[in-house]
Write a protein that binds this ligand. Sequence first.
Ligand code: FES
Length: 164
Amino acid sequence: MNDDLQKRIQEALANPQNMGELADADAVGTVGNSDCGEMLRLWVKFKQQDGRKVIDRATFQSFGCETAIAVASLATELIRGKTAEEALALQTGELAGELGPLPPMKIHCAQLVEGALRSALNPAVESAGQPATQPTSPQTAAAPTLLESFSKPQAGGVKIQFLD
Ligand code: FES
């Protein structure tokens, strides 16, 4: 990774925007990358503006990679004021915003953010006629944080037994 890009990532990380859970979110999306173990969850809240349902606020939680955190920080700012359809139309490179083009080995970091965004917004697109205050998913309000997902065993999940 070149020094310029590293510097821009460090600048974004020095003042990350929109980190943390959004308690009253209308939609939530989670993705994981099995290659590097990175996970990212994104919350979205809508509002009505000039007769359009637009993104009022988006926040994220992430484990791991600095590039994914920097992209998520920039992307959550970028999608404010956009409809779900407009946000979904953004390309991976556009979500990276001021970071500029990412090297091939870091493109999947931005794709992780894109994946979380798609996971959160696709139900919103399907229910675009609904009022902004109506949650798009009944699970949204009860969505666990990423930390809770890792620290609490899932009911009915797979039991792992270690061999001697
Ligand atoms: Fe895998 Fe960044 S290194 S998401």
